[in-house]
Design a protein around this ligand. Structure first.
Ligand SMILES: [Zn+2]
Ligand SMILES: [Zn+2]
Length: 507
């Protein structure tokens, strides 16, 4: 069926000024974009009352690798106008799988109830396609998954044969259609990788002209060192496309480092590297609670940590160590987001400090208790980002929107999310428009720029021949309204979302 969209201002994704247009879609594609088209051109006409039509938004930083096969409606994403998500971020992808990483990842993703019975990108993609998802999915090959596929989660130094095997696996996944390479150098086992290992993998990505997206080794105290390391690696490897994931200055003591960080990026850009970044429009980060563990416990993968915490003695020891590693005030800045642990299951959205007080435990004891019951699935949000720096980062012409979240259903049957799971795209627009950005420039950051960076040639613009992926919004109303108490709340001001010419969401 042909659909005609009329009475609208078109932000076509290229950054060109808004213009009055009519857009005709059919057979999944954009068929025509003209100043006006008659109603007779289509079987169905949608009038927008002078509001904005844009390309479907591209979430360049998602983690729906298993959430989408589990719940293919992808409601949290499509309800904010997102039509494509890039998954496999932060070094964690659902492929390749071998005897060395399959069991671990099955446990990590237990909450989704999906059996990991594939072995590579093609297998994952086929499993996803069989579920007919409402959201288009692309995926990076994750360094942590690749490394674990050849050497498990405990190996600190790879042999040259293991490194070669990992390069071969990466190259095969890129050849099969993986969108690039990602890393998560904060996590096990990526944190064990020396720069030389990253250079070798970057070379593989560079040969295929694919991007490397990185969750840096540090985003706070060692931010500049971590950025410097990454850029040096990129230079050495001849990498042309370097993408910094969820770019931030974490921790108040590091807020002043933004100028120096931007100088490093600019210098790399002048040297010919296309450096881009993504950012979620919130000042709280979210990840597994286990990242706060000090010492040896911090180097354990989730399964090994679960085994360790079966011992009462080890739990007590770790709680003391953890308490000593953090000031008391820290626990007021950590909010529980999701857990299957009985101690926390019904208390998401509250701080660890408040929950511990109610339970009559120290915050460290309470945190260890959560991890003992659910090491893999317990997630928390951490305050500590500057709102001013966030606005500056969102305003960078090479910054795009990345939610850093899974596509969730309206209910919490596969876990609760950070408010960014439902609000990122709308809030990105709100913050950009409120700081004076033209609508077309903000839309470009979330569409054309993202498609260019991740080489999605059939998306990101409203042009004849491209996919009919569209998002309509009201620029006065648009905003992410989800919060930590009610994270699964659809965004305001999103009128509809169209994927391949079909309505997948209407407000
Ligand atoms: Zn990350
Ligand atoms: Zn991430």
């Amino acid at each position: 069926m042909r659909t005609l969209f009329r009475d609208l201002w078109l932000a076509d994704g290229s950054g060109a000024p808004l213009r009055r247009s009519a857009v005709l879609a059919g057979d999944g594609k954009i068929l025509a974009v003209e100043p006006d088209l008659p109603r007779s051109a289509a079987e169905r006409t949608v009038e927008l009352g002078g509001r904005i039509l844009a390309p479907g938004f591209i979430d360049v930083h998602g983690h729906s690798d298993l959430a989408l096969p589990a719940r293919p409606e992808g409601f949290g994403k499509i309800s904010q106008g997102i039509t494509t998500e890039i998954m496999g971020n932060c070094g964690l992808s659902a492929f390749p799988l071998t005897g060395r990483n399959r069991e671990h990842l099955q446990e990590l993703w237990a909450q989704y109830g999906v059996t990991l019975d594939w072995s590579d990108f093609r297998g994952w993609r086929a499993a996803l396609s069989a579920r007919a998802p409402k959201l288009r999915a692309e995926a990076l090959a994750g360094h942590n998954t690749l490394r674990a596929a050849v050497a498990g989660y405990e190996t600190e130094t790879l042999t040259s044969a293991q490194l070669e095997e990992m390069k071969t696996l990466l190259d095969a996944e890129l050849a099969a259609g993986a969108a690039g390479l990602s890393s998560g150098l904060l996590y096990v086992p990526g944190k064990f990788a020396p720069p030389g290992e990253i250079v070798e993998l970057m070379r593989v990505a560079a040969r295929r002209d694919r991007p490397y997206a990185t969750h840096l080794r540090s985003e706070g105290n060692e931010l500049l060192e971590a950025l410097g390391e990454t850029i040096d690696c990129a230079r050495e490897a001849g990498l042309r496309r370097l993408h910094i994931s969820h770019f931030k200055t974490a921790g108040a003591a590091n807020w002043e480092k933004l100028d120096a960080a931007l100088e490093l990026l600019e210098e790399a850009q002048k040297g010919g590297i296309a450096v881009t970044v993504d950012r979620y429009p919130y000042t709280e980060s979210m990840t597994q609670l286990s990242v706060i563990l000090p010492g040896k416990a911090g180097d354990l993968d989730d399964s090994a940590l679960s085994r360790l915490l079966r011992s009462t003695e080890e739990r007590e020891k770790l709680a003391l160590e953890l308490a000593a590693s953090r000031p008391a005030a820290y626990w007021k800045t950590v909010t529980l987001v999701s857990t299957r642990s009985s101690a926390g299951r019904n208390h998401a959205g509250q701080t660890i400090a408040a929950l511990a007080e109610r339970a009559g435990r120290t915050p460290a004891e309470f945190a260890v208790e959560l991890l003992a019951e659910d090491a893999a699935g317990t997630t928390a949000a951490f305050r500590g980002m500057s709102p001013e720096n966030m606005r500056r980062i969102l305003g960078l012409p090479f910054c795009m929107m990345g939610s850093d979240e899974n596509a969730r259903p309206a209910d919490d049957s596969i876990g609760r999310c950070h408010p960014r799971g439902f609000g990122s795209a709308a809030r990105f627009l709100r913050l950009r428009l409120d700081t004076g950005s033209p609508i077309e420039a903000a839309v470009r950051q979330m569409t054309g720029l993202a498609a260019e960076t991740f080489q999605l040639a059939d998306r990101g613009l409203v042009r004849p021949g491209l996919c009919a992926d569209l998002a309509a919004f009201d620029p006065d109303e648009v905003d992410g309204t989800a919060d930590f108490s009610n994270p699964h709340t659809p965004a305001a001001g999103i009128i509809f979302t169209v994927t391949g010419g079909e309505f997948v969401y209407r407000s």
